[in-house]
Write a protein that binds this ligand. Structure first.
Ligand SMILES: *[C@@H]1O[C@H](CO)[C@@H](O)[C@H](O)[C@H]1NC(C)=O
Ligand SMILES: *[C@@H]1O[C@H](CO)[C@@H](O)[C@H](O)[C@H]1NC(C)=O
Ligand SMILES: *[C@@H]1O[C@H](CO)[C@@H](O)[C@H](O)[C@H]1NC(C)=O
Ligand SMILES: *[C@@H]1O[C@H](CO)[C@@H](O)[C@H](O)[C@H]1NC(C)=O
Ligand SMILES: *[C@@H]1O[C@H](CO)[C@@H](O)[C@H](O)[C@H]1NC(C)=O
Ligand SMILES: *[C@@H]1O[C@H](CO)[C@@H](O)[C@H](O)[C@H]1NC(C)=O
Length: 429
């Protein structure tokens, strides 16, 4: 009906055509998520969610395991899945990858990668995105990784710039930037019409340093990540007018007023607040084509030197402040904010800390909350046991556990997230 009256209007005058088509372009197609102030909007109604991180779903081999996992997510009230839109290998790994069934999308044998869009490649990602949709779940896809895991930015540096280069070359070398952009085009063009995509993510956890050390072009005040985010988000917007775009960053601040801590009687400026890590959360979120903010939360690892008995540092308190500062910054920017990854080790720590972190994220109106990471029991492929890559394995039917996975059998932690999903649902239309 809308479409007919729109067409009729077009016959009336050229001027109305221009106005109407501008409005149509601004309005997202049905099933696409957009933003309004600090909220997400889906089909005209507010949309808030608890999500799942699972990089391992596209690595599974059996459709029944994939379906079982989505069913478990759906049962937990999960509305958004965040996974990797990349899986790259070196040519030297190819024979082994084929033999073991490893999922791979890019093969590096020379200064350019070769796409694998076959059944062991992007067809598997197609399947995840399709299946997600059948369970009412939308997908956040990251284009690459700051880290070498599953073939991130260091492979671009190694193969294009060569050994001996620093990590920041990923953001500055124009051949690397265009190689990355070739991949971005591949992924965005493949899925840009799909309502099953929630958002594009430029890179997981951009930092000045990666597995390679940082170099001189990425220092506080250089604005290197900021300008890289700007260029890449503009590119994605030019390819896809409708899907949301975000950084995928850890949410480092670059504040003039120092935030710090005491270590053995010495005051230390906190690298997550002083720009040393690389991002400038406030400025990055202000970019025209960054639609919402993301940040991550792992104080146990980031401040292991403070996490000692007798120290007045606590993981919980540091996290609560980090959550509040991002809520404040997002409110100022008038854009949604998503606590996109967080974790602590051990079930006792999770049981003790997650309720307060999640409560604080809810009370500060976070539009999305995604713990790292979703765990699934009862997987059947390969008899429930399979080595995937690195230390990732299925063990007795359990999905990979880096110490942060939580499973349905861990009822206290599980219910923190199912309860939060209920709250988010009550805030959605
Ligand atoms: C791929 O090759 C690069 C060097 O070209 C090496 O640094 C890296 O460790 C290799 N990655 C994997 C996953 O084998
Ligand atoms: C890459 O090189 C390996 C040997 O290292 C070879 O087996 C493979 O076929 C090559 N793959 C591509 C896509 O060029
Ligand atoms: C701080 O003091 C403790 C105990 O005196 C010592 O073990 C530790 O190495 C010191 N840390 C640093 C970073 O100096
Ligand atoms: C932590 O202890 C240091 C002394 O080592 C002190 O200066 C600082 O104010 C204390 N911080 C808090 C939050 O109590
Ligand atoms: C819980 O956290 C404390 C403090 O970070 C750490 O020392 C301990 O090892 C953790 N417990 C487990 C089981 O990982
Ligand atoms: C829950 O499942 C995980 C993964 O299989 C397992 O490691 C853990 O022991 C189980 N916990 C309980 C309380 O059964």
């Amino acid at each position: 009906m809308l479409f007919l009256s729109f067409l009729a209007a077009c016959f009336l005058s050229q001027a109305i055509w221009v106005t109407a088509s501008a409005v149509e372009a601004a309005r997202p197609p049905k099933g696409f998520v957009s933003t309004k102030g600090s909220s997400f909007v889906l089909d005209g109604k507010p949309f808030a969610f608890v999500g799942a991180n699972s990089y391992w779903l596209p690595l599974l081999l059996e459709q029944s395991d994939i379906e079982a996992t989505f069913k478990e997510m759906q049962g937990a009230g999960i509305k958004v899945l965040r996974t990797w839109g990349f899986n790259a290998i070196n040519g030297s790994e190819l024979a082994w990858a084929k033999e073991t069934g490893l999922t791979y999308y890019q093969v590096w044998n020379s200064t350019e990668w070769v796409l694998n869009d076959g059944p062991q490649g992007l067809k598997r990602l197609d399947n995840i995105i399709d299946t997600a949709g059948r369970y009412g779940i939308k997908v956040i896809l990251a284009f690459t990784n700051n880290w070498v895991g599953y073939g991130g930015s260091e492979l671009y540096v190694n193969w294009i710039a060569g050994a001996g280069n620093t990590h920041d070359v990923f953001y500055t070398n124009r051949k690397i930037v265009s190689s990355y952009q070739r991949y971005v085009r591949t992924i965005v063009n493949r899925y840009k019409h799909s309502p099953n995509i929630f958002a594009w993510e430029l890179i997981n956890e951009a930092r000045c340093s990666g597995d390679l050390p940082s170099g001189s072009s990425c220092v506080p005040g250089s604005g290197l990540l900021h300008s890289w985010y700007e260029e890449q988000s503009n590119l994605v917007r030019s390819l896809d007018p409708h899907h949301l775009i975000t950084t995928g960053g850890e949410g480092h601040f670059y504040w003039k007023e120092p935030v710090g801590y005491w270590l053995n009687g010495t005051w230390v400026s906190d690298y997550n607040y002083n720009g040393v890590a690389g991002e400038d959360f406030d400025a990055d979120l202000a970019l025209k084509n960054i639609d919402f903010g993301t940040y991550h939360l792992y104080p146990q690892y980031w401040y292991s030197e403070l996490d000692t008995p007798g120290s007045n540092f606590t993981i919980k308190a540091w996290g609560l402040q980090w959550i509040e500062e991002h809520a404040r910054a997002a409110k100022k920017a008038n854009k949604p904010v998503v606590l996109e990854e967080f974790g602590t080790s051990g079930l006792d720590n999770k049981t003790d800390i997650y309720p307060e972190w999640v409560d604080r994220a809810l009370s500060t109106k976070h539009a999305g909350i995604l713990p790292w990471q979703f765990g699934m029991n009862g997987l059947k492929e390969s008899g429930g046991n399979r080595l995937i890559k690195y230390a990732d394995a299925l063990i007795d039917g359990a999905s990979p556990n880096d110490g942060h996975a939580y499973y349905k059998n861990q009822t206290a932690v599980w219910s923190v997230f199912t309860n939060a999903a209920r709250v988010q649902r009550s805030r959605s239309g």
